[in-house]
Design a protein around this ligand. Structure first.
Ligand code: UDP
Length: 245
């Protein structure tokens, strides 16, 4: 479907759920946050808002803590996952503040209650704010241990009637094999859900992927460090990998 929102560009997807992994926030330096890169993301999103695109963002926490890594050091898994979820709240606060500095109207919501610093997640409120062109930032994952922010992103995309779930990563898309090991690995531009499962391609955890497939939610995987990549995907140009039914 093509959305003729304005005279300047034709949008293939109008309402978008963008998942930004914590690792992406690390940037190319060694610090936990690459603030100038987050500013670049804010700048891109601000420009795309002018074209009528509606954005929700699910933020990961892997740049700070991952439950599985903490528990491998002998910590309780549920506590470890709580620490992981709190990491996503920290990233959410940061993103929210930088976006506000760019005069983007944002609203930060968390699936785990941290009421003194941001609102609790609410579907109805999300839908209302999206229709008012706010950029929503969802943190806290699903609010339950043993899940990932990819699952949260798929669920939020479905709940907010998003046209696509975009996974912003540090790689160019889905490859036939690990390109850092196999030089001849092929980058797929287009795949269907069945091909991903048959070829056992690594897109995201299976819980999240099956949820997307069962709701016929298109998935886009792309490199957030490619200048203009977000706009190219949203206007249907060749960028990253698109997975559909
Ligand atoms: N997490 C969780 N439940 C959720 C989402 C996340 O317990 O619904 C925890 C989990 O420990 C995970 C951490 O939060 O490792 C950070 O999330 P994730 O690894 O998905 O972040 P990303 O890799 O996207 O930065």
């Amino acid at each position: 479907m093509v959305f003729n929102v304005c005279n300047i560009i034709k949008l293939t997807y109008k309402r978008v759920l963008l998942k930004i992994s914590g690792e992406v926030l690390n940037g190319i330096n060694t610090s936990k946050f690459n603030i100038s890169f987050i500013k670049d993301i804010a700048d891109d999103i601000k420009k795309l808002l002018h074209f009528g695109i509606e954005f929700s963002i699910v933020i990961g926490g892997g740049n700070l803590f991952r439950g599985s890594s903490l528990s491998s050091f002998g910590l309780n898994r549920i506590v470890s996952d709580r620490v992981g979820m709190l990491s996503t709240v920290i990233n959410g606060l940061l993103l929210n503040d930088i976006f506000s500095q760019f005069k983007i109207r944002t609203y930060l919501m968390s699936s785990i209650s941290v009421k003194k610093i941001c609102a609790d997640y609410c579907i109805e409120k999300s839908l209302d704010l999206l229709s008012k062109k706010y950029v929503l930032i969802f943190c806290g994952g699903l609010g339950h241990p043993f899940f990932t922010t990819d699952s949260a992103a798929c669920l939020r995309a479905i709940e907010t009637n998003s046209d696509i779930f975009l996974k912003g990563t540090k790689v160019n898309g889905i490859y036939s094999e690990d390109p850092s090991i196999t030089q001849s690995a092929i980058l797929y531009n287009q795949l269907n859900y069945q091909e991903v499962l048959q070829k056992e391609l690594k897109v995201m955890d299976l819980t999240a992927f099956i949820l997307a497939r069962d709701h016929n939610l298109p998935i886009g995987v792309f490199n957030m460090y490619h200048t203009g990549a977000l706009k190219r995907i949203l206007t249907g140009c060749k960028e990253g990998t698109i997975i559909t039914g």
